[in-house]
Ligand binder design. Sequence first.
Ligand code: CA
Ligand code: CA
Length: 358
Amino acid sequence: MTGSGKGYKPERSFAMITALILVSLLMVAVWEFSYEVTQNLRLAGNLVKEVQALAIARAAYRGGLAVLKADDDSEDGRFDQWRAMMPPMLPIGKGTAELYIDAEDGRINLNHLVNDFDNYESVNSTIFSYAQGVFELLKYDPNIVYGIVDFIDRNSLASSSGAEEGYYLSLQPPILIKNGPLDSLAELLLVKDITLEMYYGKVLKKEAKEKIKEPEKKFEIADGLVHYFTVYGDYAKSSTGAAKNYGSLNINFIPIGMLRALADDVTDLTLEKIEETRAKSNITEKEITNKEYMMTYYGFSSATYDYFFPAAEVRRLDVKSKVFRIVGKGVMDTIEKKVIAVVKRENKKFKVLRYTEQ
Ligand SMILES: [Ca+2]
Ligand SMILES: [Ca+2]
């Protein structure tokens, strides 16, 4: 307790302590690796620096895992320590470590367009309508989503707007159709009718940019599929198979305009309120489980609330994240090495979904 009491915020000092713990965790991890490298290697010139930069990058990645492990996994948002303190940069000897962590489940997992790849394949209607909603939002032809389904489903039956092996083999040069889950989102660039412009959105012409502004112009919509989709992410958890038809997205991380692509009657008020809240705090479990509050404060209609939160254990929107992208960077002079990993966190344990060093 402080004498005056004024300005004393327990949650603030708690946050500072957490930050200190996390930075220490990262430093220990980095030191471990730096020590290992200097002990085990006697190499010359840039090779030493490359090895050291990579060791620092790996250590930063391990530090990232430690940061996520220390995090309260019952709720995740922009004000979590792993996110709010990004990117911490630490000088390590003559080098620098950097760490970035992002939640992957603010985006729609396109691999969930198809249920049960290896048994009875069916199209996931929720994810299909989300994907079409995003294409419509960006003023792209929503029928292209049929092409994505054909590209990833294992069968060779082309849907009306899609295409299968024959089409891809007839291209110059021919493309080998995936007929399976995407390993990288960039594989979308191989799908029929998807262009670089649609994917990255950066090089759109001015008139096209004008088109994709909302009529009210209140909510800027980032162009480019890359901002809305991922190939990682989880289904909503449930003991029933039906849960597979619900994609689970973290409301604290979804691009705000995308909410309108997920359901029909999401109003401006809802988007405004969510944006306003997310600018100053995380949206909490307590909030999303209170239907009355979600309706009066965030302006959800009863039907829309029920759509997004159909049952306690099956949710289309959630305040938890399970899948994270960790980028650990090590810099030694002019040499830079990166570890890029996507991990799934469950019960404080991690499953590595993708790991690359570059
Ligand atoms: Ca958290
Ligand atoms: Ca196919």
